[in-house]
Design a protein around this ligand. Structure first.
Ligand code: Q0Z
Length: 282
């Protein structure tokens, strides 16, 4: 294995390719919960692939294919075969609404910004939090030309994605993107994109400016953890197992996000080919 995040794992395939595997693990309040959400990895993988396709006239991307058998059945449908890039060490965030960040005077959580803004951050190690970067700090890190290109591409992607989400009744409040540089020096969109784990989607019908909004998927699990489970998140002790109904409710929300955006049901998991020898045909 080349690396792992809280809920994803990265494997080397060859000099030019990697396998990015989305697990069914879920994180909340900086913990990986002890209970998996069935199909979450396939939802995030299929949704990323759908967005790469939607955006392919805006930006090139690293996706080669969704790996199907002969990769092991356990990862089929949740592994992306990707081009190996030189990753840019900046998390590129675009936001069109105020959420989960410091709020200035005259603005409140949930408000729409006058125009979308680029709010880059550091790429923190596991267990650390990403720290905000000024645009000048991005320039100092990657140079002025690349910094300008990151800002311009990030806002172009956000603009297109938010417009698509709006046609499905969803507000894309913000999104976090990662870019890399390909062999020919061009800027390529990498990682997972526009999933509920990297983006805040809100129901447009339920949006009320000036207050915190319910994020599409994890709010449900967060609410259970804090309001019903008896767990004290300031205690330092790990969160409890999720009960079956909370697993089912969380899974349903991930699937609903996929279905709302793409207009289709999540395809069934790829099946392993049956390699047993057939009886000779007549
Ligand atoms: C992505 C990450 C994960 C841990 C490296 N196309 C690419 N080329 C080179 N490197 C990467 C990619 Cl996507 C790359 N990460 C993020 C993913 C586990 C870290 F699954 N790190």
């Amino acid at each position: 294995m080349l690396g792992s995040g809280k809920v994803r794992d990265l494997y080397a395939v060859d000099d030019a390719h990697l396998l990015l595997v989305a697990s069914d693990r879920i994180s909340a309040y900086d913990w990986v919960l002890p209970t998996e959400i069935p199909d979450k990895g396939r939802v995030l993988t299929a949704l990323s692939a759908w967005w790469f396709d939607q955006l392919d006239d805006v930006v090139a991307n690293h996706l080669v294919s969704i790996a199907t058998p002969p990769v092991p059945a356990e990862v089929a449908g949740r592994a992306m075969l990707v081009r190996r890039l030189q990753m840019v060490p900046v998390e590129c965030v675009a936001r069109g609404y105020i959420a989960g960040s410091a709020v200035g005077p005259g603005a409140a959580e949930g408000d729409k910004l006058p125009e979308p803004i680029f709010t880059p951050t550091t790429k923190a190690a596991i267990g650390q939090h990403d720290q905000p970067l000024t645009f000048d700090e991005v320039v100092a890190t990657v140079g002025a030309d690349l910094a300008e290109a990151l800002r311009e591409r990030t806002l172009a992607i956000y603009g297109r994605a938010a417009a698509i989400a709006a046609t499905r009744g969803l507000i894309l409040a913000d999104t976090k993107l990662e870019f890399g540089i390909s062999g020919d020096g061009s800027l390529v969109l990498g990682d997972e994109v526009l999933t509920p784990d990297s983006s805040r989607y809100w129901s447009a019908a339920d949006w009320k400016p000036g207050q915190p909004q319910s994020s599409y998927d994890k709010q449900y699990v967060r609410n259970w953890l804090v309001e019903e489970s008896g767990w004290d998140r300031t205690s330092g002790s790990p969160p409890p197992e999720l009960p079956a109904d909370v697993v089912a409710g969380t899974r349903a929300r991930y699937l609903a996000a996929y279905e709302l955006l793409t207009g289709s049901a999540l395809p069934p998991a790829p099946q392993m080919p049956d390699l047993r020898r057939r009886s000779p045909s007549p």
